[in-house]
Design a protein around this ligand. Sequence first.
Ligand SMILES: O=C(CO)[C@@H](O)[C@H](O)COP(=O)(O)O
Ligand SMILES: [Fe+2]
Length: 225
Amino acid sequence: MAPQIAPSILSADFARLAEDVALISGTADWVHVDVMDNHFVPNLTLGLPVVEALLKHSALPLDCHLMIEDPDRWAPQYAEAGAGSVTIHAEAAKAPIRTLRAIRSAGARAGLGVNPATPVEGFEDLLGEIDMLLLMTVEPGFGGQRFLDVVLPKVRRAREMIKGRDLPVWVQVDGGVSAETIERCADAGADVFVAGSAVYGADDPSEAVRRLKAQAEKATAAAAW
Ligand SMILES: O=C(CO)[C@@H](O)[C@H](O)COP(=O)(O)O
Ligand SMILES: [Fe+2]
């Protein structure tokens, strides 16, 4: 799959979300929406009502990343509302298979996320239940953190696992992805890149997306996977 860029609106202006989403509509592939509940992570952002409102204003599909304690209860509702993709965290879900199936049944892509210290090997048998594996490259909770290079071998192993099973599962990296780190991620096997501060901290967010995508495309073309 060609590399895709998903700017995170965590670094946008929360009072001008529709305008900030419109800024990247011409160059980005997804709008990444970080839902945080102050329980699974020590930060509080937005929830279903804001996502429902944003869906009416976004030309791009919403990629909802649920960093919440009870994703089994909430995730299907984001899919039913019209999100293009809904990701639950493996550390939080109590019935991941049921929840992933409910997301797909509601017409969204189903994502499974893992924190930096959570191994992917335990989830190999779930690969057939998901459309995307999200590998956090920072500890979840905040934008603008430093990229954790220590996660890159896991990105590589995840890509190998997926390739070994011949499944169309996307590998998303999230956290600290920038012009400095995106090539290493693409080389390791990532094909969906979340970037918050690297996009919304730039003078021209749309141009920042275009550049990140060009870098990812070049690194992917040269990659062994
Ligand atoms: O899920 C998260 C943080 O928990 C991310 O989506 C961040 O919002 C990415 O921001 P940057 O690290 O790119 O600034
Ligand atoms: Fe995220």
